[in-house]
Write a new protein. Structure first.
Length: 143
């Protein structure tokens, strides 16, 4: 059940993130500032930043930037942030195609398929209560 949930979440989250990264090329920009830089759980760079839109300050973070040059990212640096014109709280620090998200979607598909295989194995292998023979496969094996 765990694999089914994780696989589904990865498979559904990745296309949304890929779309957002690509759509950000057409979004307006706003001035911002880096608050902190660290390592993300996935092995990339995590950046926490704020930005100003129409006199209002927003705070956001990037979860994983595997291809960005970490040396140029320091707390206090001025940056340009792209934000959604419909929802200014939604922003992207580094627009473009997110290849890591494609790998996440493929991994989610793999986990989902493996949970299907495990479910089929659980359903198809059962103990026949009439004797002590363990059966494996679809249907009964006569003794």
């Amino acid at each position: 059940m765990f694999f089914l949930v994780v696989g589904t979440l990865l498979l559904l989250e990745a296309p949304v993130a890929i779309y957002r990264q690509e759509a950000a090329w057409h979004w307006p920009t706003a001035p911002g500032q880096i608050l902190s830089v660290g390592h993300s759980v996935r092995g990339g760079t995590s950046v926490k930043y704020n930005y100003f839109v129409a006199g209002k300050i927003y705070e956001s973070s990037s979860g994983d930037l595997p291809h960005i040059n970490r040396a140029r990212l320091k707390a206090g640096n001025k940056i340009t942030v792209r934000f959604s014109p419909d929802e200014p709280r939604v922003s992207v620090l580094d627009p473009g195609f997110a290849l890591g998200r494609v790998f996440e979607a493929l991994f989610g598909l793999f986990i989902l398929s493996q949970s299907g295989v495990m479910a089929m194995l659980c359903i198809s292998s059962y103990r026949n209560p009439g004797n002590t023979v363990w059966t494996f496969g679809w249907g009964r094996k006569p003794r």
